[in-house]
Design a protein around this ligand. Structure first.
Ligand code: ZN
Length: 199
């Protein structure tokens, strides 16, 4: 059972995400913020990236400081996920890449309308090419990263900027001298797998 204070942390985060999402024309045009949300219990897990996230100092953001801080605060309560567990994605990625769910499986809220996660990458980390059936948008909340999409120019995205990925369009990310925190949403095909691309 979550304690009332845990639930308050999640509610604060949800409110911050809702405000940012609804105020952002690209996000709200892609998918309306869910109206069917229900709270669900979260099993806490800890991965190495969660500790890096808790002590990260490089996530600059003026306009989204409230959402950034809410994602950090909930990080100590979250079910951190291990991506690509059964692949050869590499030790550095396993040790330093982090994400947890806000809305969806393992997240603090359930919805049939949308999925939402936070993704965190420390400096100088490569997230190799991957794809999935779901249509997706990344919003850079804090820090910055270089975003790559098959068929599009590589771009460095800073707070407020987005990268949209069509169904099964391969994409990748690289952090350079700054870490990045991104709010990631799916609007459909929720069950689909994450697949490493042959690129
Ligand atoms: Zn993706």
């Amino acid at each position: 059972m979550a304690t009332p204070s845990d639930r308050a942390v999640w509610d604060t985060l949800l409110d911050a995400a809702r405000r940012v999402h609804r105020a952002h024309p690209v996000l709200s045009g892609f998918c309306a913020f869910p109206t069917d949300l229900t709270a669900q219990p979260v099993t806490r897990t800890r991965l190495p990236a969660a500790d890096l996230f808790a002590t990260e100092t490089g996530l600059y953001s003026d306009q989204f400081a409230e959402l950034r801080d809410a994602f950090v605060a909930a990080g100590s309560l979250a079910n951190w996920q291990e991506a690509y567990r059964d692949t050869d994605i590499g030790q550095d990625f396993r040790q330093r890449f982090g994400y947890y769910c806000l809305i969806g499986e393992n997240g603090a809220f359930a919805s049939d309308q949308m999925r939402a996660w936070v993704v965190y990458m420390p400096v100088h980390l490569w997230y190799t090419w991957h794809h999935h059936p779901a249509e997706e948008i990344y919003l850079t909340v804090a820090g910055e990263a270089e975003f790559m999409r098959q068929g599009a120019p590589d771009v460095v995205l800073r707070p407020g900027e987005t990268s949209a990925h069509a169904s099964n369009q391969p994409h990748a990310m690289q952090t350079h001298d700054h870490p990045v925190m991104a709010y990631v949403i799916w609007r459909d095909k929720f069950g689909g797998p994450l697949v490493l691309s042959q690129h």
